[in-house]
Design a protein around this ligand. Sequence first.
Ligand code: ZN
Ligand code: ZN
Length: 250
Amino acid sequence: MPQRRLWVRDHHVWCRECVREALLEGDEPWERRSWRTGATVICSRHRRVLEEACPRCNKIGKGCLFLSDKGRVQPLCAVKGDKINLWGDASDDQLPWGLTIDRTISRCVNALSIDLCRSLVGQTLRAQWRGVSRERRLTTIIEELTLITLITIDYLPRPQPPLYWMLEQSDWKAAFHYTPAMLPTSLATCIIMLASVVLSDHQFFEDRVFLDPSEYQVACEPLTPETYVMWLHPKVRSWGQQIISAPFGV
Ligand SMILES: [Zn+2]
Ligand SMILES: [Zn+2]
């Protein structure tokens, strides 16, 4: 399944509470397998966004915390070469667009993350999600929502798919899709969070999520599939029926 490889993160992420717990119990902290996939964005136990920037050097993807054996976590910074203090609060737990993680949202995001993982390996989904059919997989829908979001906020990172994946493709640009794995975890969290609401029964969520795009000074309104895109960009009243295609890396 070639698509699956695009959902693997190219850098480490972690939940500092999980790492702390293991350290306090005297265990060696290990990387959770779920942290490797872009389908997982928050820690289901601690309800917080997975971290990706080293608390010491503030860099992403330098191997900080993961210097030793494969998958073992050590509080060491690869750039500065010294210890990382994991006992302070993470600074970047703030999500854009006024979104917050409460208990209900967290449950919904977890359900979507689990089903995304199942979808990636072709297993039957546990929950019902709008628009999913035999022909349209859940991962495809999230890839489309990701693209719509990226176009709407005018942020299209340069595609950097894994080399081994590119070599497998006859035309990699045609096969390429943006996935949450390629995005900063805060942005990926927002996309998966909104998708988990939009794709589940929005009647249930109507009172739960109010859009508060302070940047745009638009009045709060309930999140529905119809308001979703408008909320991301108030000038876009509708994407219409046309097929949206993104230009390659800017
Ligand atoms: Zn955790
Ligand atoms: Zn570092």
